[in-house]
Design a protein around this ligand. Structure first.
Ligand code: ANZ
Ligand code: ZN
Length: 728
């Protein structure tokens, strides 16, 4: 045993005690509004492999953050659940040759065991499982509200089809033209599909970002995804182009259209000179963006230049127009990269879309009192590949009558994308016990919005966007009292193991079970948190386990054994540690927090015997209290052994004497494109991501950056930050 206690016994003992005392349960009907702290992590999809240590890294950070806030006086609501529907789960079931219903029940149980055994303070009385009718009934209800509001519609549209998953995909599920799930090159098809009208909210989704406390990275990704461009539409004869650079119009030497366009090979007149301009096919023209045609200006645009060089087209050195002239060419137009959200999936394992198609009445929503449309049990649940969901094969499901006219009708057989489930799940947690409405209005007003959301960067342009869209729509419909679900998001980094991101194909996926038996949860938690800054991520290795075991051994001794070190000292080191750990936790820098606790341990080793009994007591108690968010079981054990009252997690966070602090902040100059524009006071050890967040939150900087995007940042530690911009 590498630690001086039996982690297995101690951890199981305290977890049982916490459950018995209902330490992590929140009475959502009785939380003072000013003290509620809804501390949420993205819920996992219960894959067959169980949790890996990357999940644990993210959840432990969230948990330390939550435990700290509780000690600061908040009532912390920290629920968890399972994003159990979706193609991932279904694909796994297909491979395993087992029905997803039974498979998911088993993997979910395993997740629950693992999520508990790492000692995270989840409120297990409020669990969401998106594949249960008691949950997806309300997903369907949300869909019906959107449908009635004109925000859900069906259309024939060119869609992206994955020939391996045999379903359409949302644009957000494409990575470089490949299916994000299976890496197969996706195809285009024309199909009749269900969409949610995210584009109706494009401006609000974009503008609303300014006021959110998100890491700049998350905002940037979402801004790019929405991709608003202000430009002009200009007619070259019957071909209309969209350009953000009307001032370059005199330099146009060709018009580019997608291949197969009927006008290719002819010419069109230049709108100012009347000269004929050749129309050419170019594969860089995106059919669905702008007007689907581009004016080619090789003198000013890289892509146009390369195309002109490759195809022997001339480059014109005609001068730019002034803004005032350019403003008279064509008509102003705003374009977005964002498309409406395609939510139909021709698969089995999802929530049926609650619509009935009637020849007379068209698509009719299933009445609310008839929800849920239950997903029927299908023995053969595999995708059909015909463009229809396997549910279409089940006559008893598909054939129905029209809710409006009673005539013969057919059920919609597509199921909803799993991101529809997760677009509203945070509304459900406080109301999991309510079964006659999706959420209780009073509880929702009390508990929401989410105070802190621990997210993943892969969700910045998907789940975070979808959830904002759905919440805004529900707000407009008067169904929730706020428009933004996640005022504060921080994105957790990725943990690498053996030099690479964990993945099954590399065979380097490690789960908590590989450690829990030997070292216990607290060692694993701290080893992960100490390995890398939470928002950055980094390498985890077994050496960090050994390092933490050594640290715990020292903590055990300085807290429980008679002190040795006789060097005189005063308690200002303790005050400083309180302040620094506090600040580290607030900035999600758990590695820094642990480093300070290691220093404090060393300090007590060195000075312990020179302190008075009262001073020794304070130093030890403080160390244990500060350790509680990081190593909850060990801290509880030590706290009990030094005579503290159960539980260490409900003790107030220790005070510190501000007079004992040394100067540890610096002024940093903020430049935009090399010109000094502002000055911010920041902690000395701020990192290059955090400083960007601080700078971008300044009103002055935001005003100066209006209409431009930050393309690159340069931070000279403790001195200056330069924001290098490009036009939006
Ligand atoms: C002439 C020009 C000159 C342009 C120049 C740019 C620079 P964003 O900002 O992303 O909206 N464009 C327009 N429609 C396109 C399409 N369907 N497929 C590919 N490219 C398209 O980009 C707008 C610019 O992208 C437009 O402005 C157009 O090229 C090109 F020095 O017009 B520009
Ligand atoms: Zn009808």
């Amino acid at each position: 045993m590498a630690v001086p206690y039996n982690p297995h016994d101690i951890e199981a003992h305290w977890r049982a005690r916490w459950d018995e005392a209902r330490l992590h349960e929140v009475d959502v009907d009785d939380v003072p509004a000013e003290h509620k702290f809804y501390n949420l992590a993205e819920f996992p999809y219960p894959s067959a492999d169980g949790l890996h240590v990357g999940h644990v890294f993210k959840y432990c950070g969230l948990d330390a953050f939550g435990r700290y806030h509780r000690m600061r006086g908040s009532v912390v609501f920290q629920p968890i659940g399972y994003d159990a529907f979706g193609i991932n789960a279904e694909n796994y079931a297909l491979k395993a040759g087992e029905h997803p219903g039974t498979l998911i029940a088993r993997t979910t149980a395993n997740f629950r065991r693992q999520l508990s055994s790492v000692g995270i303070g989840w409120d297990w009385t409020r669990v969401v499982d998106t594949s249960q009718p008691s949950y997806y009934r309300w997903t369907q209800w949300v869909f019906v509200q959107l449908f009635r509001a004109g925000l859900a519609y069906q259309a024939d549209a060119p869609v992206v089809w994955c020939p391996s998953c045999l379903t359409v995909l949302a644009n957000e599920q494409l990575e470089d033209d490949k299916c994000e799930r299976c890496d197969t090159v996706a195809e285009q098809r024309m199909m009749r599909q269900w969409f949610l009208r995210t584009t109706a909210y494009a401006d609000r989704l974009l503008d609303g970002l300014d006021d959110l406390d998100w890491s700049e990275r998350g905002k940037r990704l979402q801004r790019q995804w929405i991709g608003r461009s202000h430009g002009r539409e200009i007619d070259f004869g019957d071909i209309r182009v969209f350009t953000t650079r009307p001032d370059t119009i005199m330099g146009v030497t060709f018009l580019a259209v997608p291949s197969g366009h009927p006008a290719a090979g002819s010419t069109r007149p230049h709108p100012i000179t009347g000269e004929p301009v050749p129309v050419v096919e170019a594969d860089y023209v995106i059919e669905s963006y702008g007007t689907g045609a581009v004016m080619g200006v090789p003198a000013h645009d890289e892509r146009d230049r390369r195309y002109a060089d490759a195809h022997g087209l001339p480059v014109s050195d005609a001068p730019l127009l002034t803004d005032e002239e350019a403003a008279r060419v064509g008509a102003p137009a705003t374009r977005y990269r964002l498309h409406d959200w395609l939510i139909s999936r021709q698969r089995y394992w999802g929530s049926p879309i609650p619509i009935v198609h009637c020849d007379g009445c068209g698509p009719v929503a299933v009445p609310e009192d008839k929800l849920p449309v239950e997903l029927p049990y299908l023995e053969e649940f595999g995708p059909s590949g015909t463009g229809e969901s396997p549910l279409a094969r089940l006559a008893s499901f598909a054939e129905t009558s029209c809710p409006k006219c009673g005539g013969k009708a057919r059920r919609e057989t597509d199921v909803a994308d799993t991101f529809v489930e997760s677009s509203w799940y945070y509304l459900r947690y406080p109301s999991t016990d309510v079964d006659d409405r999706p959420w209780d209005a009073v509880r929702t007003a009390r508990m929401l919005p989410v105070d802190f959301y621990a997210g993943g960067v892969e969700h910045a342009s998907r789940h975070h966007l979808y959830a904002r869209f759905v919440t805004m729509a529900l707000y407009d419909l008067g169904l929730v009292p706020f428009a933004e679900p996640f005022p504060k998001i921080r994105l957790g980094g990725i943990i690498h193991y053996q030099g690479a991101k964990m993945s099954k194909s590399r065979g380097n996926v490690i789960g908590p079970d590989d450690y829990l038996g030997d070292t216990g949860a607290d060692v694993l938690r701290c080893a992960l948190m100490f390995s890398a800054p939470w928002q950055v991520g980094g390498a985890f290795s077994d050496d960090s386990i050994t390092g933490i075991e050594r640290f715990f051994t020292r903590v055990w001794k300085v807290v429980l054994e008679s002190p040795r070190g006789t060097t005189p000292g005063d308690l200002s080191a303790v005050d400083r540690t309180v302040y620094e750990v506090e600040r580290a936790i607030e900035r999600m820098r758990f590695n820094v927090g642990l480093a300070r606790l290691m220093e404090l341990t060393g300090w007590i080793e060195q000075h312990g015997a020179a302190l008075s009994a009262a001073e020794q007591g304070r130093a030890r108690r403080t160390l244990v209290l500060l350790l509680a968010p990081f190593a909850p079981h060990l801290a509880e054990e030590l706290w009990a052994r030094i005579g503290g009252e159960f539980s260490v997690h409900t003790q107030p966070w220790p005070d510190h004497d501000p007079a004992a602090l040394v100067e540890d902040e610096v002024d940093v100059v903020v430049q935009i494109d090399g010109r000094a524009r502002d000055r911010v006071r920041v902690p000395v050890d701020i990192d290059d991501r955090e400083i960007v967040d601080v700078a971008m939150a300044r009103d002055r900087i935001r005003e100066l950056l209006a209409g431009r995007t930050v393309a690159r940042t340069v931070y000279v530690p403790g001195k200056l930050l330069n924001l290098v911009t490009s036009p939006t």
